[in-house]
Every structure is written in C-alpha cells, then in structure tokens.
Design a protein around this ligand. Structure first.
Ligand SMILES: [Ca+2]
Ligand SMILES: [Ca+2]
Length: 136
C-alpha cells in the first residue's frame, strides 16, 4: 500500500511539473532592447559600457560593449516571465578613487512590452543613453 501511495504521488507530481513547464513557456515575454549612446560618461573616448541584467529576480549577469557618441547601437534580446532589470555602468578602474559610474537603472515589466517602440533615458554622471524596447 505504501508503494502504491508513493507511485501515485510521483505520478501526480509528474503531471504538476509537466503542466508548470507548459504554463511557463506560454507566459514568457520576448523583448528586443537597443541602447544608443548620445553622450558618453568618459571624456575623450568611448565608455566601457557594462549592462547588468537580472531576469525574473534570478542571478545577475553582465554584457559589455564599447559605446561612443552616436556609434553603433547595442542590440539585445531577452525572454522573461515577470520583469527584467537593466543597470548600465561605465567601467573605470573600479577602485575607490576611480569607481565604475552608474549611468542608469530600469525595470521592465511584461505589461510594458508591446509592438510599439518605447524608450527611457539614462543620464547618470552627465551621460546620455537611450534605451529602446519593443516586442519582436
Ligand atoms: Ca567613467
Ligand atoms: Ca570608462
């Protein structure tokens, strides 16, 4: 009886897990993000831009790209279920005397993602970046 009870429990658990997986893939929101630099934070050269990305409150990871005034836009694509947090930095020495500069932070919610192209501005430390997003 115990064995039968366990096998039934595992069977139910398998069904629950399978339906969770289906719900998650249906709920995922895709977004295209493009960063344009109009004014670097560093003077006399490009920013060592670093974007810290946190998807659905998970582990933060980073992407890096050299960004200069009116240079090549930085295009990224993400998939998420609830929200995505983007924090842009210009990397400097990273020491107490020359720390990295935070240029801006933005949290994008699934409800804000539509086919219409929208944007927000980052102006940290005298820089000017524009973050565009839309559904693909
Ligand atoms: Ca800097
Ligand atoms: Ca820098």
């Amino acid at each position: 009886m115990i064995c039968k009870g366990f096998s039934t429990m595992f069977y139910v658990l398998a069904i629950v897990l399978a339906s969770c997986t289906v719900v998650e893939s249906v709920a995922a929101t895709s977004v295209n993000v493009t960063l344009e630099c109009y004014q670097t934070e560093d003077s006399g050269g490009p920013d060592e831009a670093r974007l810290d990305i946190t998807i659905d409150g998970g582990n933060t990871y980073s992407e890096r790209k050299s960004m200069n005034n009116h240079g090549t836009p930085w295009s990224l694509a993400f998939s998420f279920n609830n929200n995505i947090r983007l924090q842009l930095w210009d990397e400097d020495a990273g020491t107490w005397i020359d720390p990295h500069d935070e240029l801006g932070t933005f949290v994008l919610d699934t409800s804000q993602v539509t086919k219409t192209l929208q944007f927000t501005d980052f102006r940290g430390h005298g820089s000017h970046y524009r973050v565009f997003w839309s559904a693909p």
